[in-house]
Ligand binder design. Structure first.
Ligand SMILES: CC(C)(COP(=O)(O)OP(=O)(O)OC[C@H]1O[C@@H](n2cnc3c(N)ncnc32)[C@H](O)[C@@H]1OP(=O)(O)O)[C@@H](O)C(=O)NCCC(=O)NCCS
Length: 219
């Protein structure tokens, strides 16, 4: 029984996670608008419409908050997290974590890895308490929080999780710097590869056009 579960459970592969800036707004919107109604409900606490998502994305403050993303080879943003820092002057040591993974990419550990990435960044930014607001039915999100050692407080259909973060260390700073560099390099390589494949596809299209024209002229 255990063996079968181990074989069927998808392998969790470590993926490069990069911080993303305002130039990626459009991709963030595409990612969030690809979420189904129930997932939007889980992510935002209400079934956000495309317009509400567009407003949320327009309102993202990339100077204050941090957005982390996982891109696939087609440069599709398949998973992202929003680390929102508190604006309340009395609670500057707090931040909130929100995350979404496209359905086709779930169960591979991306949600958990984005959480780890956000935690290390939050620590390095001096955050002491990280909050996650989730619906009590959201088993996957609550598992991520519980696995990280968060305290969960259930209030009916909603659950607040909070994780106390240890102070930054030289190790946490170095780890984050290294991870960010690797992720930026990985992204640049994906951009190059995609541009090359797009170029090849264009060449093939031209070739097909020439062949068609030749057939027509011959026939
Ligand atoms: C919540 C969400 C981000 C999880 O992403 P994910 O990449 O599939 O999660 P992971 O693969 O990292 O799995 C995390 C944990 O949850 C478990 N899990 C994943 N999907 C599960 C499911 N449907 N039911 C129960 N447990 C699940 C995993 O086994 C793992 O636990 P483990 O490490 O103890 O084995 C994703 O389901 C999602 O985008 N949901 C819609 C938006 C949302 O709910 N956001 C969270 C509120 S801010």
């Amino acid at each position: 029984m255990t063996d079968i579960q181990e074989v069927t459970k998808p392998r969790s592969v470590t993926v490069p996670i990069r911080s993303i800036g305002a130039t990626h707004r459009e991709r963030i919107a595409v990612h969030l608008q690809a979420l189904e109604e129930h997932d939007r409900f889980l992510r935002f606490g209400y079934a956000a419409t495309d317009e509400q998502i567009a407003r949320y994305v327009d309102g993202l403050d990339f100077d204050r908050d941090d957005i982390f993303g996982i891109y696939n080879r087609k440069l599709e943003l398949i998973a992202m997290a929003h680390l929102a820092f508190s604006r309340d002057p009395d609670h500057l040591e707090c931040a909130e974590f929100g995350v979404s993974v496209l359905k086709k990419a779930r169960g591979r550990g991306y949600g958990a890895q984005l959480f780890d990435r956000a935690v290390i960044h939050a620590r390095n930014e001096g955050v002491e308490l990280l909050f996650i607001h989730a619906l009590s039915e959201n088993t996957a999100m609550l598992k991520i929080a519980r696995n990280a050692g968060a305290t969960l407080e259930r209030a009916g259909s909603e659950t607040d999780a909070y994780l106390r973060l240890p102070p930054a260390t030289l190790d946490s700073r170095m780890s984050e710097m290294l991870e960010e560099q690797l992720a930026q390099t990985d992204y640049r390589l994906k951009v190059q590869a995609k541009s090359f494949w797009d170029f090849l596809a264009g060449v093939q299209e031209v070739r097909r056009g020439v062949q068609d024209a030749r057939h027509k002229a011959g026939g």
